[in-house]
Design a protein around this ligand. Sequence first.
Ligand code: NDP
Length: 296
Amino acid sequence: MTTVAFLGLGAIGTPMARHLAARDLGLRVWNRTAAKAAAFAAAHGATHAATPRAAAAGADVIITCFPVSGDVAALLDGPDGLLAGLAAGATLVDCTSGDPATSQRIAAQCAARGVRFLDCPVSGGVAGAEKGELTVMVGGDAATLEAVRPVLEVFGKRIVHCGAIGAGDAVKAVNNALLAIHLWSAAEGLVALRQAGVAPEVALDVINASSGRSNASMNLFPERVLTRAFPRTFRLALLDKDIGIAAQVAREQKVAAPLLQLTADLFRAAHVAMGEEADHVEVVKYVEQLAGARIG
Ligand code: NDP
């Protein structure tokens, strides 16, 4: 039997772990705020591990899902750290939307212990995680991916091998940069149209039947902006981080990417203004403030 550990019971990690708990995988969970892991373990029949080391000990597949790669790196060392518990032959699957350079360093540390590593960021949001229908972008060795694919399929519908270690992180960052660009540009456009006398519902009706449509225009604006509901599912702080990684990837590859950099700068300012807990779609409120007008 494959034994799985899951560390990082945040907004997306919790529903992912819930699917794993429903399988016969001997799931053990660890979370920085221990009460969350204890409550999860009690509710879903998992084992609450007191330390990252205890979570990793004896596990074949160890899944991490934290805000940034640096959080994973920080959990590796020390007497209670992950590396102290990881056995040779185990695989560390990092579902953090991380950065390629840090993932490469973590992979090297793991390799020195005979532990395999894959960067496996996910997309599909909390709703996709709840349905077990995430897309998983994988960087690393193809044979390692095949060995852990059955575990990834517990929460992932589409598992895509993107390339070497860091490739999953890079694809995820660019995907989210596109999300950010769509959100921001649709917000500017809809504010301008509203001022020109066009109702946002009418504008979206046209755009969503035309070439300007995106997930933002088709789903996020109708469900979250026009309703002014702005549910908190994915923090703006995390989207800011993702665009920063995309811009960094472009710089590292010496590729001119002025729009990625501009978007990174705009979202950094929005993140600072809106705070740590704001949802990513609340960037629309920031665009409205800059414009001095509202969409709806
Ligand atoms: P959250 O902010 O909801 O949760 C973060 C988790 O990491 C919590 O369990 C938190 O613990 C823990 N954590 C935070 N900082 C540290 C630290 N320094 N050391 C140890 N644990 C820490 O994030 P999400 O679940 O939303 O996101 C996790 C990752 O998934 C991010 O990389 C994000 O970009 C990505 N992602 C998120 C999506 C979403 O829709 N939410 C969609 C796709 C990807 P505690 O409970 O103690 O605060």
